[in-house]
Design a protein around this ligand. Structure first.
Ligand code: CMP
Length: 361
């Protein structure tokens, strides 16, 4: 017990604690060894414990495998997920044979409550770590940006999700072209917002699903070059005159994402749901004054869904904007057009969507 206490005294935030507190914490710790190269936790996993390094060394890796830091004896890791409730911010692997103490979340919470000074010290270190992580990630982004021929690379080195996230965070206006096997996909972006995906004759959702499985292939980002004479005039994005609470119900993650970003930027408050059940639940919690809906669902038609929603007290005449696409049958369009206080907009035309919503609010 005393020996463990001595080791704990090396950990910065335990240093200021007295003997009794160290003994209290020591009782909660479990010993665990990791072999060189063993993965200890993975980015994105939920966090239910943290580790204190007794001997050896671990490497902290970002989602793109970039090394963020090495952590050695007397230091700790895995605290961020416990403090924030967010998933693991990084992957941690043993960089040599490593001995650790594990502290489970429940005990961690008790200790923080009992010794608030630890939580303050930890928060300071956490924000420093986050700053370092951001610096490494943005340095990497700069490297990608400055490649003369436009950022390009191999899907073996960067997962497609990482490339997509890069285009979004760098507010790309232009195309991301991805080639894998015999397929070529072109994702169009406008100021970092995904507009559409061209891949065979798949819709955006199906295309994205297929691309998620592409482990091999290459990508190239082609920003749209602006010029004085040939360039398209910048579209004016006027904020909406009337802002509303909008509920977007759509099975397509891409459609939901695009609408959420665009409508929020116009000042609307937006909630999204991916189907009928979630949509009905959101009706009460979001109290929307307009619903943007799929034109059909697995269980019912868009028409019947609208009627069902309007049976709810307070929502008898709630405006509906139905999102249609080139595959929507003409009989369905005709049926939807008959619904009072409802409009139809093509899924590709986000500008038209914004205008229609404003008129109907
Ligand atoms: P957590 O997010 O729970 O899981 C991964 C851990 O890696 C994280 O907690 C931190 O303890 C550690 N970590 C993340 N980023 C850094 C960094 N930049 N420097 C040192 N450690 C880090």
């Amino acid at each position: 017990m005393i020996q463990i206490g001595e080791i704990l005294k090396q950990v910065p935030f335990f240093r200021s604690l007295g003997r009794d507190s160290i003994d209290f914490i020591t009782e909660k710790l479990k010993f665990k060894q990791f072999k060189d190269k063993a993965t200890i936790c993975k980015v994105g996993d939920p966090g239910d414990k943290m580790w204190i390094v007794l001997s050896g060394k671990v490497a902290v890796l970002a989602a793109n495998q970039e090394v963020l830091a090495n952590i050695g004896a007397g230091n700790y890791f895995g605290e961020m997920a416990l403090l924030t409730g967010e998933p693991r911010s990084a992957t941690v692997v043993a960089a040599e044979d490593t001995e650790t103490f594990i502290l489970d979340k429940d005990d961690f919470d008790v200790i923080l409550e009992k010794y608030p000074s630890i939580s303050i010290a930890m928060s300071k270190i956490m924000s420093q770590r986050l700053r370092e992580t951001n610096a490494v990630v943005s340095e990497k982004a700069k490297e990608m940006k400055s490649t003369p021929a436009g950022p390009s690379g191999n899907l073996k080195d960067r997962h497609i999700m990482e490339v997509i996230a890069f285009c979004e965070s760098n507010s790309l206006t232009g195309d991301l072209e991805v080639t894998s096997g015999g397929d070529k996909a072109v994702i169009a972006y406008d100021k970092g917002v995904l507009q559409n995906i061209k891949l065979r004759d798949l819709n955006d959702d199906e295309a994205l699903d297929l691309m998620m499985g592409w482990e091999e292939g290459s990508f190239v980002i082609k920003p749209k070059i602006i010029s004085f004479d040939g360039g398209e005039p910048e579209k004016e994005t006027k904020p909406a005159k009337k802002a509303g609470a909008i509920l977007v119900i759509n099975h397509s993650m891409v459609v939901r994402k695009i609408l959420e970003k665009n409508l929020t930027s116009l000042g609307h408050s937006v909630k999204t749901a991916d189907g009928i059940t979630e949509g009905i639940a959101a009706l009460r919690s979001a109290q929307p004054n307009l619903i943007v809906s799929d034109f059909k669902y697995d269980e019912v038609s868009g028409h019947d869904f609208c009627m069902q929603m309007r049976e709810n007290e307070g929502f008898e005449n709630i405006p509906f904007v139905f999102i249609t696409d080139s595959n929507t049958e003409s009989a369905t369009i005709a049926q939807l057009k008959k619904i009072p206080n409802a409009a139809l907009v093509d899924s590709q035309d986000v500008g038209e969507m914004a205008k229609t919503i404003e008129q109907m609010l």
